[in-house]
Design a protein around this ligand. Structure first.
Ligand SMILES: [Zn+2]
Length: 164
């Protein structure tokens, strides 16, 4: 399942990528189309050609692409993830093997030689963790590890889904 996430939902975009979903953010298409904001018809055209589901809070956009779009209600990232899970069965199980870079949507690669990322992370992080992953996009190369951030997401998510 691939997504195109509407503007104003940048945080959701990053979460979907971290959980392994191939996700394009509407704001990232501003340069691609060289128009700001990107008009609905171009978003729909892009999503349709690339076989992507549109996730939006914009009701008119949702109505124009109803069969292949998801309309989110309310506010808040965990609320959104909850709706995606309950209404559409979209699962959020983290693993580095399937995770994508939250910044650029590229796949991650395991760092085989820890010393190669020494200058990219804090000293405590470097010393504390042994398993690191890095974005495969050479223009990005963001470094990831199984730290408190991902554990916090999993904890909150588990809690949200449990309580319904
Ligand atoms: Zn990246």
């Amino acid at each position: 399942m691939k997504f195109l996430v509407d503007s104003m939902l940048g945080k959701l975009t990053r979460f979907l990528r971290i959980f392994g979903y191939d996700t394009i953010y509407a704001n990232d298409l501003i340069n691609f189309f060289n128009i700001n904001p990107v008009p609905d018809e171009l978003l729909i055209d892009y999503a349709s050609k690339d076989n992507r589901i549109i996730i939006t809070k914009d009701f008119p956009l949702y109505m124009r692409y109803k069969d292949k779009s998801i309309f989110l209600k309310g506010e808040g990232i965990y609320n959104y993830l909850h709706q995606l899970n309950k209404q559409f069965g979209i699962k959020f199980e983290f693993s580095f093997k399937q995770a994508r870079c939250s910044i650029c949507n590229s796949q991650l690669e395991r760092v085989t030689n820890k010393i190669s990322i020494k200058s990219d992370v804090l000293k405590e992080t470097y010393n504390h963790f042994n398993e690191f992953y890095q974005c495969s996009n050479l223009q990005c190369k963001k470094v990831y590890w199984q730290g408190s951030h991902i554990e916090d997401i999993q904890y909150k998510l588990g809690k949200t889904l449990e309580f319904d």
